[in-house]
Design a protein around this ligand. Structure first.
Ligand code: ZN
Length: 429
């Protein structure tokens, strides 16, 4: 049985991989220069010509691109091919203002298929599998990306989309799904509904979970694996780059391997924009090296992680980024400490009596914000446990991890809203 989907690329010696990146980067600059007016203006203003790139480090001369820039060119301003070459589109899930529209040529769809197949293959999806695709079909890239990869491998996809959870469970059982693609929070919600509906683990055959589109803690992963009896793998990607498939977790779970032949990675200081050293934490920045219709140069993702080129035991030479700690904009300043919701989640999950349903409630008192954490105990604990003890343990665990004291409130199971897509962990009162 082959270990890699594409051994030649995934296990290519690192220096060869870097040569390939440089070759593709030079081609990319020529491509955007000759195919897009805005990129040409942007690059010439920064003093960059197609032949200015001699080494990979020269990429740092290119101005950083952020989401606001992409919105400014909405919808097709940064497109580098004529309409007759475009065969697909998706859009980011912007909650405010205009979304970012990503368009694809045949070649772009081939790239997407390839990187998704690598990712699903690395975690054990094979042509005998049936993958329930519970990401939302539509503008969101999650569902399409997973379907493309599974199809390339030859696995059957159940295109059920998100929502209608009781029907999801019925189909999952009846069709004998062996893999599940969904957000982590929805995966847990499905388990909760399954329990209520009287299903047991024996009713299902899910052995693999391809979960992503939100930051989730290692503790949450353990909980998901226990509830479903599956191995849960993290998937990472974003519409602005291609969709899911930017990086893949291998079975060693030491961060995520970046599909580096297609995506060049930098970590920058989110405040100054300066490039950080290997191993340091900062904001992930990607450059798409071979996309045609909608390439991006030095796109700031807003996601916080670190980066390493250290070789992994799996044999892949692809550099890795750590699991995503959170988004730079989601960071909360609580009593002077910069905190990610995922760190609070980690603390909550340390108590066996706490369920995965929690919210961080932000309230304004004059010019300062106050925070409290609302947690649902598990149904069992709610019936038989000691709420005061649980409350105290969560307060202590948050203090151990973050060195701050936050008020914790327990509410009866089923009180907090459930998510069918990306969970909303922070709410404002
Ligand atoms: Zn690996």
């Amino acid at each position: 049985m082959k270990k890699f989907w594409n051994k030649k690329i995934e296990a290519m010696p690192l220096d060869e991989l870097k040569n390939l990146q440089l070759k593709n980067l030079k081609h990319l600059i020529t491509w955007v220069y000759s195919h897009n007016r805005f990129y040409r203006e942007r690059l010439s203003q920064a003093g960059i010509q197609p032949d200015s790139i001699k080494a990979l480090e020269d990429i740092r001369k290119i101005p950083l691109l952020n989401k606001a820039d992409l919105r400014q060119y909405y919808p097709f301003g940064l497109t580098c091919v004529p309409l007759e070459k475009i065969i697909a589109m998706h859009a980011s899930s912007g909650t405010t203002g205009k979304p970012v529209v990503g368009v694809y040529t045949h070649k772009d769809m081939d790239i997407w298929t390839e990187v998704m197949a690598r990712s699903l293959w690395a975690n054990g999806l094979r042509n005998t599998d049936i993958m329930q695709n519970s990401y939302g079909y539509g503008f969101f890239t999650g569902a399409r990306g997973h379907e493309l990869g599974a199809q390339a491998i030859g696995a059957l996809t159940i295109p059920i989309s998100s929502g209608n959870t009781k029907r999801q469970l019925m189909m999952m059982k009846d069709l004998g799904a062996t893999a599940l693609a969904a957000t982590p929070s929805y995966t847990l919600y499905m388990a909760e509904v399954a329990e209520k509906e009287g299903y047991t683990q024996d009713d299902f055959h899910i052995r693999l979970g391809f979960l992503g589109a939100e930051a989730w803690s290692e503790e949450m992963r353990t909980k998901i694996e226990e509830k479903w009896g599956m191995r849960a793998c993290e998937q990472y990607g974003l519409t602005e780059i291609i969709g899911p498939g930017v990086s893949l977790e291998c079975t060693y779970r030491q961060g995520l391997h970046i599909n580096a032949d297609h995506f060049f990675t930098e970590i920058i200081d989110p405040i100054t924009g300066e490039v950080k050293e290997e191993g340091e934490q900062g904001e992930l920045v990607f450059t798409t090296l071979a996309k045609e219709a909608f390439p991006v140069l030095r796109f700031r993702t807003g996601d916080i992680a670190s980066y390493t080129e250290e070789l992994c035991n799996c044999g892949r030479t692809f550099p890795r980024h750590s699991r995503i700690l959170g988004r730079a904009d989601d960071r909360l300043k609580i009593k002077g400490v910069l905190t990610f919701p995922s760190q609070i989640e980690e603390a909550i999950m340390m108590s066996p009596g706490a369920s995965e349903n929690y919210q961080i409630v932000k309230s304004r008192h004059g010019s300062i914000y106050g925070y409290k954490v609302v947690v649902e105990p598990t149904t069992d604990y709610y019936k038989k446990g000691n709420p005061e003890l649980l409350q105290k343990k969560i307060i202590d665990d948050i203090h151990t991890i973050l060195n701050i004291t936050l008020p914790v409130t327990l509410v009866p199971p089923g009180t907090l809203p459930r998510s069918k897509g990306k969970a909303k962990r922070v709410v404002e009162e």
